[in-house]
Write a protein that binds this ligand. Sequence first.
Ligand SMILES: *[C@@H]1O[C@H](CO)[C@@H](O)[C@H](O)[C@H]1NC(C)=O
Length: 414
Amino acid sequence: MDYESSNWISDGVYYYPHLLGGIMVTAALLGLSRSYFGGVVGLPSLLLPCSLKKKSEKRRVRVYMDGCFDLMHYGHANALRQAKALGDELVVGLVNDEVIMAHKGPPVLNMEERLTLVSGLKWVDEVITDAPYAITEKFMNHLFNEYKINYIIHGDDPCFLPDGTDVYGFAKKAGRYKEIKRTEGISSTDIVGRILSSLKDPNVCEDQNGNDVQPNKEILSKSSHISQFLPTSRRIVQFSNAKGPGTNARIVYIDGAFDLFHAGHVEILKRARELGDFLVVGIYSDETVSEHRGSHYPIMHLYERSLSVLACRYVDEVIIGAPWKITKDLITTFNISQVVHGTVSENSPKCDSDPYEVPKTMEIFLLLESPKDITTTSVAQRIMANHEAYTKRNAKKTQSEKRYYEEKKYVCGD
Ligand SMILES: *[C@@H]1O[C@H](CO)[C@@H](O)[C@H](O)[C@H]1NC(C)=O
């Protein structure tokens, strides 16, 4: 297969929508390519990996990692970061909605949203959108021969099919399997648990406007976790670009809670980045989010939200705990040329004064049309709507995770 002619590229990420059938998916995604990825070219340095153009050049190591990436979080991002470090180019296999449905029940996020999230990660070079749930020998050879994959990567949790066969057995036998360490302290199960317990809580009721009637700080669901995410400085460094803006760079600022990082966030960050050369993202503190959105928010705490934003390829820098109201000092400190805000955002009950008053007066404020109407609340509501299915699935998963944490030992991971 010829790389240049048979695939389409956007934002430097290759898509292979047609693998092993899936013609419907192909058509849908090609449509998607225009509405969501088309138009403006992304980051130029990522656009065409030269290795694919120059046949004479020494082959770059290509690694493959697959998954559902439903409710994608920084644990997924960290896994893909580690996978990328085992090679030069990372190809991600996404499992489609029908396959997830058949194996695990309804996905929270659909393919389009999951694709946006995964391709928005700075470590991802290519995406295959019709990956099988378990790698067959046929598919493995497809990866090796058509996609020139050198290694198949998976986390160190054992993965067996119902009949007891090791999902990665073929790759292991071929000597082309590599393992990465699981990221502690976070899982989709955990996030679903947070949403279910916080929104189910009888102490949190909402009036007709969706505002909290009885705000109660103590009932935050986060305390019920079996494991805790322990923020380290090293993780921040691993996720950072560690590069400041160049001289004369036009700096764009966008702020928000970025809770339950979703496809809408990726889209708005992409648009904001296109307005300048360097994108600074201000992330509100947990207190600020609770104060303005209700006590059961944020679902993800500040450090977690910061990692999710940092993992996005359109982001250059984050302010961890940004002020609600943009001040003149903030604008001067970061030499901000443009302040942007999306049209779709959570309603904020307490609008005492306009947080964008200063940039508006300075005439550097821009209201960006949000490309998607997905919000943190709408993602949470999907989980609530499918409440029973997720509660059941979660109870099972929680058991096995509990066991994992009880039996776990120290491993020197990255
Ligand atoms: C501040 O930003 C402007 C572009 O908006 C740029 O021309 C200027 O050089 C920047 N200042 C510094 C000190 O980098």
